[in-house]
Structures are given as C-alpha cells and as structure tokens.
Design a binder for this molecule. Structure first.
Ligand SMILES: [Cu+2]
Length: 109
C-alpha cells in the first residue's frame, strides 16, 4: 500500500455514463479503484393529487422509467422526489410521465 500516495474523488463525464471514480496514485500514475454511478435527485411539484390512489399512480409512473431507482411521493406536500440516472432518463421525461397520469408536474429548482 506504500504506492498509494494520494487518493481523490473525481467526476468523470463520459459519453455513455456519468460516474465517479476513486482514483489512486500508483507508480503507474492515477488508476481508478472504485466506480460508482452518480444518481441525480430532482424534486417535482405535483398538482392535482387528492388521495393515496393518486400517489400510487404517480409513484408507479415514475418507477416505470428507465434509470429511476426511487420515487418518493408526498400527498401532503404535493411533491415527488425522484432519484435517477440522468444518462437514462431526463427531467422532461419524468415530468411527462406524471402528466400522463393526469397531474400537473414541474421540477422545483
Ligand atoms: Cu386520488
């Protein structure tokens, strides 16, 4: 382990996937040790939900998109928090999935 003089977390943007690599300095230069996917989190304001059935429809619609790893929908707050891989699905596609269920949705910045 003597050769690992320094390590740093770096974000690498590749055409195919975005991921973070833990790079370690070895005698041969920087080498990647661990890769992790970067998950994006976006919160949407969802209007028109009136009961738990609505919450179920929105949740299911969001989880039906590729790259979505979690969807947390709050009836009380009128919000949906979505965790996803931004190389698989866009914010617009997520909003559209909610809209197709009959609800107004817009990302909260
Ligand atoms: Cu409902």
């Amino acid at each position: 382990m003597e050769e690992y003089l320094q390590s740093s977390r770096r974000t690498m943007d590749l055409p195919e996937r975005a991921y973070r690599a833990l790079l370690v300095q070895s005698a041969r230069g920087l080498i990647p040790l661990v890769y992790e996917d970067i998950k994006m989190t976006t919160e949407f304001e969802v209007k028109g939900m009136s009961c738990e059935n609505c919450v179920g429809h929105v949740t299911k619609a969001l989880l039906g998109n590729p790259g979505v790893s979690s969807a947390l929908v709050s009836l009380e707050k009128g919000r949906a928090t979505v965790e996803y891989d931004e190389t698989s699905v866009t914010i617009q596609q997520l909003a559209q999935a909610i809209q197709e269920e009959g609800f107004d949705a817009r990302p909260v910045s």
